[in-house]
Write a protein that binds this ligand. Structure first.
Ligand SMILES: Nc1nc2c(c(=O)[nH]1)N[C@H]1C(S)=C(S)[C@@H](COP(=O)(O)OP(=O)(O)OC[C@H]3O[C@@H](n4cnc5c(N)ncnc54)[C@H](O)[C@@H]3O)O[C@H]1N2
Ligand code: MOO
Ligand code: MG
Length: 414
């Protein structure tokens, strides 16, 4: 059986990231939130666009105020008032000043701003009560960034700060990577949708909804294909059709050794190359990973046959599918799952044969993480106590016990 790390490598090596030419779409400014930038952004503007004042006060010539103090104030004639957004009309000559406000353009001749608090206004003139450094409180044109300098690099995730930069650069049509399309289907004769009455032996298909939510949260588009009965023909047709439009297919159920577990044989019959059949991980051991080479211009399509047990399907999504979607998405920084060290509040026990994941809550207490195991059964069939999980404590192969108060690696999930 493959180790988690071997499986991780096989999956990573199979992914072709979206193409910066072929896989681009243009979105508007607010539509760019949460998307991955596909091209470099430059601007023909300097930032600041012109010399401007950082304070409410007076624009002066430094030479006029270099020596002054409260006993020996400089007295300057005010020749103009310059609010933000107005172009100065006059040049400042020796002995003169302009009343100026934060963000307003500096007038010609002035090179320094004196803040209002160290001045005294007297009609049409102002007393400067304190000396200033040359260039004080002047934000120089181009000091933050000069025209033509790249502002944002391709492959970054766009959030509020990047949107502020794009808006300032007057870039309102943003080239972003398209979102990967992830088809999701559930297999099982026993499954019904949440709105159907349950007959004996039946179970609600919860995996499809949970997986669709995670796919959306990961930045991809879920395509929900519904419940496919344990019938090889119907399953084959559904997978065949999904291969037409999806970048990634996820199924849950039907990957173990039972007589109604058909996924592997169907993948092979459709030309899929099965690369993983099982991983030494608990929960989630019977996981199938296959690739389909579509031949033409398209990148290989990835197939994740997740195990049907609800916890198994979510844990394997977090551990294996989420990194794959991220890698495909065009993000340039290598994205990896986040593990933190936390002090466990409960004993964690494993048989040591598989990498074992325990679900619960991760909390920061006085600057240190604590992990609290979810109460109730840690059976992979129990999804009820999975609610509010934000961490999965991990015991590596060979580790059979982590005692209360000891440190354990915890995978952050949401
Ligand atoms: N003889 C063996 N039996 C099993 C093994 C094994 O190694 N040898 N592994 C067990 C483990 S571990 C898991 S996990 C499951 C995986 O089973 P499948 O992927 O084949 O899934 P199913 O058999 O179809 O279903 C398992 C379980 O999950 C429920 N389920 C399925 N789909 C959904 C859904 N969409 N929403 C909610 N619940 C779902 C299903 O009703 C079953 O109870 O195999 C073990 N068996
Ligand atoms: O590993 Mo299965 O995935 O425990 O229930
Ligand atoms: Mg089964």
């Amino acid at each position: 059986m493959l180790s988690v790390q071997q499986a991780e490598q096989i999956i990573a090596n199979s992914i072709e990231p979206l193409n910066p030419e072929r896989d681009i779409e243009i979105v508007d400014l607010l539509g760019a939130s949460g998307r991955i930038l596909a091209q470099e952004i430059t601007s023909q503007l300097d930032f600041p666009h012109w010399d401007n004042s950082a304070m409410d006060g007076y624009a002066v010539r430094h030479a006029d105020v270099a020596q002054c103090n409260a006993e020996n104030p400089a007295i300057l004639e005010i020749i103009e008032e310059i609010p933000a957004g107005k172009t100065p009309q006059k040049s400042i000559l020796p002995g003169q000043a302009a009343r100026i406000f934060t963000g307003a353009m500096m007038p010609a001749g002035a090179d320094t701003v004196v803040m209002q608090e160290v001045t005294q206004r007297e009609g049409n003139s102002v007393k400067i009560l304190s000396e200033s450094a040359p260039q004080a409180f002047v934000r120089k044109k181009g000091a933050f960034s000069q025209a033509g300098t790249p502002l944002l690099s391709p492959g970054i995730s766009i959030g509020a700060t990047e949107i502020a930069v794009l808006a300032s650069a007057q870039c309102t049509q943003i080239p972003v990577y398209r979102r990967p399309v992830v088809a999701i289907l559930s297999t099982g004769d026993e499954l019904v949708t949440p709105d159907q009455p349950l007959k004996p032996g039946q179970l609600v298909d919860s995996n499809q909804y949970a997986l669709a939510t995670l796919v959306t949260q990961t930045g991809a588009i879920p395509q929900m294909l519904g419940i496919i009965p344990d019938d090889p023909e119907q399953l084959k047709n559904a997978i065949f059709q999904a291969l037409e439009s999806a970048d990634i297919l996820i199924s849950s159920g039907g990957v173990s050794v039972g007589d109604y577990d058909f996924v592997d044989q169907i993948l092979s019959s459709l030309g899929g190359e099965i690369q993983i059949r099982a991983i030494a991980v608990k929960p989630g051991k019977p996981l199938t990973f296959a690739t389909f080479n579509s031949g033409n211009e398209r990148a290989p399509i990835l197939y994740f046959g997740l195990p049907g047990n609800p916890v198994s399907s979510l844990v394997t999504f977090w551990r294996f599918v989420q990194p794959a979607i991220k890698k495909m998405s065009g993000i340039s920084d290598f994205w990896q799952p986040t593990f933190v060290q936390a002090k466990t509040q409960h004993n964690l026990k494993s048989d040591g044969k598989k990498e074992s994941y325990f679900w619960g809550k991760l909390r920061l207490v006085n600057g240190e993480y604590e992990f609290t195991l979810a109460g109730g059964s840690q059976s992979s069939g129990n999804l009820i106590n999975l609610a509010q999980t934000n961490g999965l404590a991990v015991l590596p192969v060979g580790k059979t016990l982590v005692n209360v108060g000891d440190l354990v690696q915890v995978l952050q999930v949401s």
